[in-house]
Design a protein around this ligand. Structure first.
Ligand SMILES: Nc1ncnc2c1ncn2[C@@H]1O[C@H](COP(=O)(O)OP(=O)(O)OP(=O)(O)O)[C@@H](O)[C@H]1O
Ligand SMILES: [Mg+2]
Length: 423
C-alpha cells in the first residue's frame, strides 16, 4: 500500500480539528491554555501586589486629576501585553459601571501596539481608536450645545437675506429636535433647505470651536472642515485634514496643541481622563538619534503640560534602564508607578494552571488535575518560569495526553510536549 503523504495526513488532521474535540477523558470541556497570543479571557495578575498597584494608579490619576505614568517592565513573554490589556479592560468596565451607578468616573482608553515613529502617528492611532466619526460627533455636540443656548434668536440670526427658499420661523424649530439636533449632517442639510445662512453659521461655529476646543486658528479651521465640509468622505482623507496641521515647522508645539485639543474634546463630552497604552515601547530604540530625541522631548512636554491623560508603557528592563533613564524628567514621570513582572515560581505556576483549568471545568476546584503534582516543578524548570513557555508547554501537554488517550498528565507527557516544541 502506498504510504500516506504529508499533505494527506495534514488534510485528515485538519478535518479532525473541525469536529469539536472531546477532552472529557481529561475532564475538561476544551484545552484552556493559550496556544499563541492572548487568550479570549484575560485573567487577572497572580500577584496581589500588582493588583494593589493598578488600583492605586487608577484612583490616583482620577482623584488627583494629574498626570501619572505606569511602566510595566518584564522580559519577553512575561505577560506585559496581557497585563496592559487587563488594565485597559478594568478601566473600560469601571467607566461602564460608574455610569450605571451614577458615579463620577469616565475615561477613554487607547491601545497602541508599538510607539510608532513619531508622536503624530501616536495621535493618529489615538484618533483611530476613538474613531474619527466619534470625534466629529463630539465636536458637533459641543457646537450644538452652544447654539442651543441661544436658540430663541437662531432664526433671526441665521435667516439668509437673499434666499427665495426661506422657510417661515415655525418650521425652524425641528432643527433643535431629536434626531436632527444630534446628527450634524442632517442638521446642516435641513438648515440649508430652510434657507439658513451657511456662511454665518460657519463663522460662528468656528468661533465656538476656538473658544471651547482650541484657540489656534489653523487647527480650529481643520476641525471645522471635519464637520462642515466632509460629508461622507473616507476616514483617511479626514485624517489628512487634521494631520496637515502638523507641518515641518514647529512640529513639536503643534503636536502638543493637537493632542491637548483631543483631550479637551473628550472632556467636554464627559470623558474626564485619557489613558494611552503603548506596548513594546522598546521600539523607540530603533529610531534614529534625531527622531528619538524629538520623540522623547515631545512626550516629556506633553506629559508636563497635560494633566488629564496618563500613559501606560511596557518594555524590557534593559531598555528602561539604558535608554529612558538618560532622560531623567521623562523617566521620573513615566515611572511614577512601576510594575516588574517576575518569572513564575512553583507556587505561582500552580496557581496559573488551576486558573486556566477552571475555565474549562464543569465545576471549579483547586486541584491541578489532570496534571500530576510533580509536573509543575518540571514545567517551571523547562520554561524557566517564562509565562509564554510555561503556558505553551501546558497546552501541548493537554494535546499529547488527548492524542494518547491518557486521562492523567505525568512528567513523561510533559517531556513529550517539550520535545514537540524542540526545547
Ligand atoms: N496573569 C496572567 N494570567 C494568565 N495568563 C497570562 C498572565 N500573564 C501572561 N499570561 C499569558 O502569557 C503569555 C505571554 O504573555 P504576553 O504576551 O503578555 O507577554 P509579553 O511580555 O507581552 O511578551 P513579548 O515581550 O513577547 O511581547 C500570553 O499567552 C498571556 O496571555
Ligand atoms: Mg507583548
Amino acid at each position: 500500500m502506498k504510504e500516506e503523504s504529508i499533505v494527506d495526513k495534514l488534510l485528515k488532521d485538519l478535518q479532525k480539528e473541525k469536529i469539536e474535540k472531546d477532552y472529557s477523558i481529561l475532564r475538561l470541556k476544551f484545552n484552556p491554555f493559550p496556544f499563541a497570543g492572548l487568550p479570549r479571557f484575560i485573567l487577572p495578575p497572580l500577584d496581589p501586589e500588582i493588583l494593589r498597584k493598578i488600583g492605586h494608579f487608577i484612583s490616583s490619576t482620577w482623584k488627583k486629576e494629574e498626570y501619572s505614568g505606569l511602566t510595566i517592565v518584564g522580559d519577553y513573554g512575561m505577560g506585559k501585553t496581557h497585563l496592559m490589556k487587563y488594565i485597559q479592560a478594568i478601566i473600560n468596565e469601571l467607566t461602564l459601571k460608574a455610569r450605571e451607578h451614577k458615579i463620577d468616573f469616565s475615561a477613554v482608553t487607547c491601545f497602541i501596539d508599538r510607539p510608532e515613529n513619531t508622536p503624530q502617528r501616536v495621535i493618529h492611532k489615538i484618533i483611530e481608536d476613538i474613531e474619527l466619526d466619534n470625534i466629529r460627533k463630539y465636536i458637533w455636540k459641543i457646537v450644538i450645545d452652544n447654539i442651543m443656548a441661544k436658540k430663541d434668536r437662531f432664526h433671526d440670526q441665521y435667516k439668509s437675506k437673499q434666499s427665495l427658499l426661506l422657510q417661515p420661523k415655525e418650521k425652524w424649530g425641528e432643527l433643535f429636535e431629536e434626531p436632527i439636533k444630534s446628527n450634524y449632517l442632517e442638521f446642516l442639510e435641513r438648515f440649508r433647505k430652510k434657507g439658513g445662512d451657511i456662511k454665518k453659521l460657519q463663522e460662528d461655529v468656528r468661533n465656538i470651536i476656538k473658544k471651547e476646543i482650541v484657540s489656534d486658528s489653523a487647527l480650529a479651521d481643520r476641525y471645522l472642515n471635519l464637520i462642515l465640509f466632509t460629508e461622507e468622505k473616507e476616514a483617511d482623507i479626514s485624517w489628512d485634514i487634521l494631520a496637515g496641521y502638523v507641518t515641518k515647522r514647529d512640529v513639536q508645539n503643534k503636536e502638543i496643541i493637537f493632542l491637548n485639543s483631543i483631550v479637551k474634546i473628550l472632556r467636554s463630552v464627559g470623558f474626564k481622563h485619557l489613558y494611552v497604552f503603548v506596548d513594546e515601547f522598546e521600539d523607540i530604540g530603533k529610531l534614529s538619534a534625531a527622531k528619538k530625541t524629538n520623540y522623547l522631548l515631545t512626550l516629556t512636554t506633553l506629559i508636563n503640560r497635560e494633566a488629564r491623560w496618563s500613559v501606560v508603557i511596557s518594555l524590557p528592563r534593559s531598555v528602561l534602564e539604558e535608554e529612558i533613564k538618560k532622560e531623567p524628567p521623562l523617566y521620573d514621570r513615566l515611572t511614577s508607578t512601576k510594575i516588574s513582572l517576575r518569572p513564575l515560581d512553583e507556587k505561582k505556576g500552580k496557581e496559573l494552571l488551576i486558573k486556566y483549568l477552571n475555565l474549562a471545568r464543569e465545576k471549579e476546584n483547586e486541584s491541578v488535575n489532570p496534571f500530576a503534582e510533580d509536573c509543575i516543578k518540571e514545567m517551571i524548570k523547562t520554561s524557566e518560569g517564562n509565562y509564554r513557555s510555561f503556558l505553551l508547554l501546558a497546552y501541548n501537554s493537554i494535546e499529547v495526553a488527548f492524542e494518547e488517550h491518557k486521562s492523567k498528565i505525568d512528567t513523561e507527557i510533559i517531556e513529550k510536549a517539550r520535545e514537540l516544541r524542540g526545547i
